[in-house]
Design a protein around this ligand. Structure first.
Ligand code: MN
Length: 500
């Protein structure tokens, strides 16, 4: 995955009233906080200190500079003292980058024995932050509010989570998603308004004929294929028939050819995600399985059957989870285990699950596919270790995009699955399958999702807020009655919110 030079600006609000000595101290303290945050391990992006803002023009000027900076992905705002918030109105109105409000105080503790009015005048975050909060709410600005001392790891972690969402927000601006072929015919949830999506998320989705991809594949040399299949042999447990001299070796070589052609196409067009569809494979010898798995593992977003919204979502989740443990993949709720007291979901797809979530060395297998009528596709097969995870879905509700997140517990399968020739994950949705699946269905969330064991619901909520998405979380506290009410109230809100 490409990494770009990114930074978050640390902004401190104040005013002239306090005099030079106090403002000098404010600047020193801000510098120290910015420096400490910049070095904190849980923060993936550099924090850059900016001079204290004390006038409306300075605020506006900084917001315009943030908008036009290619490196700035967001702002952390802090009020050391009181900063009269009318001076923030113009700036916040023009600001297009995400921002968060770090409601912290330089001193962790009240110095009970020595506290005097000088201390009180300098350490006014408690009410300075409230004035800033008012103007953000008055302007109906989405922002994250993190409360606590800046040296606390838990506080730094929350800032880091927001930064990861800001990285994905930044990545989405001007991003390109390629669709090979169109939608799977008659499927509803994978459709949507691409113009509205570009307006909301910043990414462009464009279709390409499968013939364009086939042309790229035809450019691949036998020497390139030779090299890549050797990589496969080294990285995976290749089944005997797929090894050199085996009767399925040519299928493996064809899969390598598809991967090389697909990668060349995606790199030439600077795409960050793509979709395929088994209904439109004209000229392709097999459904791309291995190629999709490996490209996803490198950071490409993917959606099957033309599902561009999920491709973009998986890409965003890949960006957010860079460097974290646990993987992220395209996913589909495939089949259920409905044994009373032991209900769970088996997630998989026809082929395309990313091996970033694999619990060991995947096996590389070649099997017929009972759908699509093409040659036997190559795929990586693996299981996934137990632990916490989540599924996320973005759907087009006609007047808005809705993100639904369901936290899950990944569990081990009850037994080996010797005849299942695809990668699979078994999970129990929170709070249980009955309520989790029921709430997901009431919310209209898709059969496709972005699955992650690296991200938490907090990442997803921060991301949703940056794009003003409707955010519906299904977790251990969810009841069907609450979800139905929330969805009804949201329906009303999103009708009225356009007038705010
Ligand atoms: Mn599917």
């Amino acid at each position: 995955m490409k990494t770009v030079k990114q930074e978050v600006w640390f902004i401190t609000g104040s005013q002239h009233l306090y005099g030079e000595a106090t403002l000098k101290r404010v600047a020193e303290d801000s510098k120290r906080i910015a420096h400490t945050l910049s070095r904190a391990k849980s923060l993936p992006v550099k924090v850059v200190f900016k001079p204290t803002l004390t006038t409306p023009d300075a605020v506006t000027d900084l917001c315009i500079k943030a908008n036009s900076s290619a490196d700035c992905i967001g702002l952390i705002c802090w009020m050391h003292t009181f900063s009269p918030a009318k001076m923030w109105i113009t700036g916040l109105k023009v600001l297009q980058k995400p921002f968060m409000h770090l409601h912290t105080q330089f001193n962790r503790d009240i110095p009970w024995d020595s506290i005097d009015m000088d201390f009180m005048n300098l350490n006014q975050s408690a009410h300075g932050g409230r004035e800033f909060g008012f103007i953000c709410s008055r302007l109906r600005k989405n922002r994250k509010v993190v409360v606590g001392h800046w040296q606390e790891p838990a506080v730094q972690h929350k800032v880091g989570v927001w930064m990861r969402a800001a990285m994905a927000h930044h990545d989405s601006q001007g991003a390109r998603i390629a669709r090979f072929g169109d939608n799977m015919r008659e499927v509803a949830v994978t459709e949507g308004d691409k113009v509205e999506a570009q307006k909301c998320f910043g990414y462009a989705v464009n279709g390409y004929g499968v013939g364009d991809l086939v042309a790229a594949i035809s450019q691949i040399s036998e020497a390139q294929v030779d090299r890549l299949v050797k990589d496969y042999d080294a990285q995976y447990e290749v089944v005997k028939a797929g090894r050199d001299g085996g009767k399925k070796r040519e299928s493996v070589r064809e899969a390598a050819r598809i991967e090389l052609g697909m990668r060349a196409f995606l790199e030439a067009g600077d795409f960050v995600g793509f979709t395929t569809t088994f209904e439109d494979l004209y000229g392709l010898k097999q459904l791309p399985g291995l190629a999709v798995q490996r490209l996803m593992a490198e950071g490409y977003g993917f959606g099957a059957e033309g599902d561009w919204k999920t491709a973009a979502l998986v890409r965003a989740m890949k960006v957010m989870s860079q460097g974290l443990t646990g993987g992220t993949s395209f996913m589909e709720d495939y089949t259920y285990h409905l044994e009373p007291g032991n209900q769970k979901v088996l997630g998989a797809h026809m082929l395309e699950i990313c091996d970033s979530i694999a619990n060991g060395k995947p096996t590389l297998e070649v099997h017929p596919l009972g759908i699509g009528g093409k040659a036997d596709p190559v795929r990586l097969v693996f299981n996934v270790d137990q632990g916490p995870g989540l599924n996320a879905s973005i759907i087009d509700m006609g007047n808005r995009f809705r993100m639904v997140v369901n936290t899950v517990d990944v569990v081990n399968p009850d037994a080996d699955l010797p005849k299942l020739p695809v990668a699979r994950v078994v999970w129990v949705p929170k709070p249980n399958l009955e309520v989790g699946a029921g709430a997901w269905i009431h919310a209209g969330a898709a059969h496709h999702s972005g699955f992650s064991m690296a991200l938490t619901a907090e990442h997803m909520e921060d991301f949703a807020d940056m794009f003003n998405l409707e955010y519906v979380e299904i977790n251990e506290a969810t009841t069907i009655t609450d979800i139905k009410n929330q969805l009804r109230w949201n329906e009303m809100y999103y009708m009225l919110a356009k007038g705010l």
